[in-house]
Design a protein around this ligand. Sequence first.
Ligand code: F6P
Length: 362
Amino acid sequence: MAEIRRIGILTSGGDCAGLNAVIRAAAFRAIEGYGWEAIGIRQGTHGLLARPVEAEALDLAMFSGTLMRTGGTILGTTNKGDPFDYPLSDGSRADRSEEVIEGYRLLGLDALIGIGGDGSLAILRRLAQQGGLNLVGIPKTIDNDLAFTEVSIGYASAVEVATDALDHLQPTAASHSRVMVLEVMGRDAGHIALDAGIAGGADVILVPEIPYRIEAVAAKIEALKAQGRNFALVVVAEAVRTESGEPVTRRQGGGTVTYGGIGDYIASRIAEATGAETRITVLGHLQRGGMPSARDRLMASIFGVHAVDLIARGAFDRMVAWSDRRAIDVPLAEAVATSHRIDPQGPLAHTARGLGICLGEA
Ligand code: F6P
């Protein structure tokens, strides 16, 4: 087994709450537990592409104060610039993967911890396979769509934010007799919408995994009215489509196209169908920032320590995971090849139906 002296840590893909707590845990375990050096790489794989390589030695004094409590990532991150298909300034694209691999070697790394979602972990794995890098992955994504782990870092905090938003919307909805539509993130998975909708007392939850009919949503709102209720709370996941099956997207500054706007569509369709006064809240990146919840800090600590222990055992090409109240690890290849979506017949959908929450079904 190769001797380990120096490991790299990078965060990649969209940020989320809890990343700094992971960096702290991994650095602490590496430095204190094994006497290794821990190098923080800046801006994901971009730091390894830059010359000189953009990285710095992590030191325990950095982690003694507020860092584990803060959102974002001290290392920076990126969800652009796939090194296998890297956009160049003249508009063309190039494979710069060998430069990233060279960056790992220039830093003298013996192993790398990549903290990412499915897309970034897939890229990191491809780099590791090509360059013989010793990689361990830690799952993070507010979307919670990585397979083989019950939780990913950032998810619990995002659900807290969305639940808190419903707590804030309910009194104003009741004061004005309105239907409040809350649009939440989650990319192609509806986990945030379903969990926060249940926890926040939503009346209607629409997720991409369960087809909806606006007539069913309108019927639920009419039924609430008939029972004397003067407001309703509707949660809609960003990847829910229009009734004709079109995704609703928005071109952001810089040209990137993201999901965004389905809340407007659903709110106007509800208003047309019921005559209700509607208002829309798009929660957006509020779900990614802020202090990590206690649950996220705990999972970050567990994952960070476990990832370093895997390196010490020479167990590479693995992703740490949480299953049945235990930290486990699974083959990275399998984790990035499978996606975890809502099971329309699963326990959470069952719970929602059991509470009388309308999932938009006929
Ligand atoms: O994958 C995390 C996520 O926040 C998604 O829920 C969302 O669709 C997307 O990233 C937003 O990406 P960006 O940060 O590029 O706007």
